[in-house]
Design a protein around this ligand. Structure first.
Ligand SMILES: [Zn+2]
Length: 106
């Protein structure tokens, strides 16, 4: 059963716990089934790579790893921080709004 996450692909989020706390980044992939997200530049892990034509010796690259979506909040540009949001329903259009300042976050 797929449940919806509070963030989706393309959202700007702030990390609220862990080693990347206070970092912001864009959600690259959201995984509603596992409740995880992949965020640009966050939770980097080192990966060993085999040689390629470009880089024949191979080496270590840094790559994002998915982590629990409960560690991120949607970023509000007005509050300049991750925030909780509510929903404003206007006809069949749902808009996410910052609970702190009321700014629309779409
Ligand atoms: Zn706000």
């Amino acid at each position: 059963m797929a449940s919806n996450l509070h963030v989706k692909k393309g959202d700007k989020v702030e990390i609220i716990s862990g080693k990347d706390k206070k970092k912001t980044g864009k959600v690259l992939v959201a995984y509603p089934k596992t409740g995880k997200v992949l965020v640009e530049g966050v939770n980097l892990i080192k990966k060993h790579t085999k040689g390629t034509q470009k880089n024949p010796q191979g080496g270590i690259i840094e790559k994002e790893a998915a982590f629990d979506a409960s560690n991120v909040l949607l970023y509000c540009p007005a509050c300049k921080r991750g925030v909780r949001y509510g929903q404003k329903i206007d006809g069949d259009k749902k808009t996410r709004v910052c609970k702190k300042c009321g700014k629309e976050l779409e």
